[in-house]
Ligand binder design. Sequence first.
Ligand code: UD1
Length: 417
Amino acid sequence: MDKFIIEGGKKLEGRVRISGSKNAALPVLVSSLLADGWSTYHNIPDLADIRTIKKLLANHGAQMEGQGETLRINGGNIVSCEAPYDLVRTMRASVLVLGPLVARMGQARVSLPGGCAIGARPVNLHLKALEAMGAAIELKEGYVEAKAKRLQGATIYFDISTVGGTENILMAAALAKGITRLENAAKEPEVVNLAETLIAMGAKIKGAGTDVITIEGVDSLRPCEVSVIPDRIEAGTFMIAAAITGGDVILEGCNPEHLEALVMKLREAGIAINPVEGGLRVQGAPEIKSVDVKTLPYPGFPTDLQAQIMALMAVSRGASVITETIFENRFMHVAELRRLGASIAVDGHNAVVKGVKRLKGAPVMATDLRASASLVVAGLVAEGKTTLARVYHIDRGYQAIEKKLTALGANIRRVKG
Ligand code: UD1
C-alpha cells in the first residue's frame, strides 16, 4: 500500500487545473446503459473510482474506447443485469446501475452496498421509489432483485435529500411510462449534470437543480456527447490547502457558482478569494479566523469538505464548532488530526475545534476519501514530516493529488508499498 510523505511548511503558489468531477462522472457514465449506440463523454477524471465503474459497465456488456479525458461508451448490448458484490463493495455508487437496468431490461440484480466507514448509508429510498414505480423488489442473499415489465411514472417524496437516490430514479424515470415527480429531490450540481446528459439523450426533464423534478418518460433514448462538470470537492480541497499554507493559488477551470458556501466561509476566515481570468484566486492570510460550519445538502456547505475545513480550523485563532448533519459517523479524521497536535472534542454531531499555533508532523492513517484529504491538507502546514498511510483512499477521488501539490511547491512524495 502506497504512502505519502509530506514535509510541511511550504506555501502553495501557482496555478492548478481542476479535473472533472468524480461524483458527476459516475452517474453520467452509468447513463450510457440507457441507450443503444456510442456516446462521448468529455472531462472524465483519471481515478480509481472511474476504473471501477468502467469495470462494472463492461461487466454489463458495455463497449468502451477512450483516450485521456474523453471516453466513448456503447451501452446498447446489455449481456448481464447483475452487479456483483466485488465491484459494489469497492464503490457504493455502483448501485446507480439499478435504476437504468430495471428501466431498460425489466430486471436487475445488484449487490447491497452494505456499510462503509462514514456510516450505514442505506439504499432504502432508492428501493422505495422503484417500488412506487411498480417494480417488485426482493432482498435475497445480500442482493437486491428488482423486476418490472415497464416502470410507471409516480410521485415520489424523498424523506431525506439523497443524491444517489435522485440520480438512480432520474435514470429509471427517463424510460418509464408516464410522468414521475420527485419531491425533495437533491439539488447538487452533479444531479443537474446527469439531468442535462439525459436531456441530451432525448429525455424530458424539468426542474433539475430545484427540489421538485418532473420527468415525462419516453420509449427510448439516443446516444449523446456531453462534458462532465469540474470537481467542486477537488477545487475546494485545493482552496483550503492554499489557505492553510498562507499561499497564493489560482484554480483553473473550476465553477465558482458551485463553491459559494465554501467561498463565504473562507472569506469569513479572512482568506481573499477573487475571480480572475480563467479561474479563482485564493490568497491566504497571516492569521486564520475561526468560523462555525454546518454541513447541509447543496447549496449548503458540502459534507465532502467537512474534514478539510476542520484541518484549517485546527490552526485558526479561536474556537469553532463544526456540525455534521449528513452522515452519522463522519469524524474519523478527528483522531488522526489529534495525532498532529490538533485540539478537537467531539460531542455527537458536533466537533469543537480549538485552534493551535502549530501542528506537528506524525504518522497518520487515511480512513476514507475525504478524511485522507484533510490529513494531506494538515500535513502541508505541520512542522516536520507527516507520513500518511493507505493513500488508496485518496486515489479513489483525487487525480494525481501529489503531483498537483508538488507543482504548487509542496514537499510531498509517494512511496510505493
Ligand atoms: C453522494 C456523494 C458523496 C456525498 C453525498 C452527500 C457520490 C458518488 N457520492 O453520496 O460523496 O458525501 O452524496 O452529499 O455522488 N440515505 C438513506 N437512504 C437512502 C439513501 C441515502 O438513509 O436510500 C441517507 C444517507 O445514509 C445519508 C444521506 O441520506 O445520511 C445522504 O446520502 P446520499 O445523498 O444518498 O449520499 P450518496 O448518494 O451515497
